[in-house]
Design a protein around this ligand. Structure first.
Ligand code: ATR
Length: 264
């Protein structure tokens, strides 16, 4: 049986096992995908398990997307550019890191039908997934990308990877068409971002990378104000489908049944 893992810390919220096991079953693949909470000192052994073929593939989530890089043999260009790995596999006896978040986010934003080209983007947070979001937005020809992070230095550091971004202090809200919450605020149902959006107006796109819970307070209040909202579910599904394709060579079907199944 082919074995797969998603690793992170925390990991309880991850729906990756549910989706990957569903697709394997649909495609008659004899495999098992589990989740595992890891500590930093276990990353090396995890990579050995891939090298020894005890594991066929691994997804990586917070807080290991960057840390895992020092243990693997090769990076695909997307992972190199973003210094972020979310999918690992063995190719010609080398452990390879790939980034499917970029594609996942691009396809998810297209799915909303909200135009991105020429639009002003405001990103909250500067964590591991943000380089992938910026890469996708640059590909989609956003006009400006502004970032704000509680700890300003982390946002400033992103300028080393991306020269075209602007940084504002936490608490400042620039004019934007699309705002993306990439902070972890909202993972707990009662979390509220300590920013005041009462003056931003309506008809903007509020995108939350969080998909569990389905509607964060960030999205709830934006919707009440007359804005468009979208959670991270489609990004999650699309990044997972790219990982599935890498491991199994099959493009899994994304239809209403899959989308509903993830909601349950
Ligand atoms: P990592 O930083 O390890 O990559 P992450 O979950 O990807 O982890 O990132 C968490 C993001 O949520 C960070 O941008 C973090 O801000 P800091 O850099 O200041 O820690 C942000 N975050 C977490 N709790 C927050 C809070 N209460 N208010 C605002 N931002 C918060």
């Amino acid at each position: 049986m082919k074995k797969f893992l998603v690793i992170g810390n925390p990991i309880e919220h991850s729906l990756s096992p549910k989706l990957q096991n569903y697709w394997m079953k649909k495609n008659n693949i004899n495999g098992l995908y589990k989740k595992k909470k890891l500590n930093d000192n276990e990353l090396e052994n995890l990579v050995s398990d891939i090298r020894n073929k005890n594991l066929i593939g691994v997804n990586v989530t917070v807080p290991f997307k960057r840390k895992i890089i020092s243990y693997i043999d090769e990076l695909e260009p997307s992972a190199e550019k973003t210094q972020s790995v979310n999918t690992i596999y063995l190719k010609s006896n080398k452990v390879v890191g790939q980034n499917t978040d970029i594609d996942g986010f691009e396809r998810a934003l297209k799915f909303t039908k909200f135009e991105t080209s020429g639009k002003k983007i405001f990103i909250l947070g500067a964590g591991g997934v943000v380089p992938s979001i910026i890469t996708a937005l640059n590909k989609m020809k956003a006009s400006t990308i502004t970032i704000s992070n509680r700890t300003r230095q982390k946002a400033d550091d992103l300028k080393n990877l991306f020269k075209n971004i602007k940084i504002v202090d936490w608490g400042n809200i620039p004019d934007f068409d699309i705002i993306i919450n990439s902070t972890s605020v909202g993972l707990n149902k009662n979390d509220v971002i300590n920013l005041d959006f009462s003056n931003v107006g309506k008809n903007k796109m509020f995108y939350d990378l969080i998909y569990n819970p389905k509607e964060t307070n960030f999205l709830k209040s934006a919707k009440k104000q007359g804005n468009f909202t979208e959670n991270g579910k489609m990004m999650f599904i699309y990044q997972a489908s790219s990982a599935f394709k890498i491991w199994h060579g099959i493009e899994p079907e994304i239809n209403d049944e899959v989308i509903k199944f993830i909601d349950q």
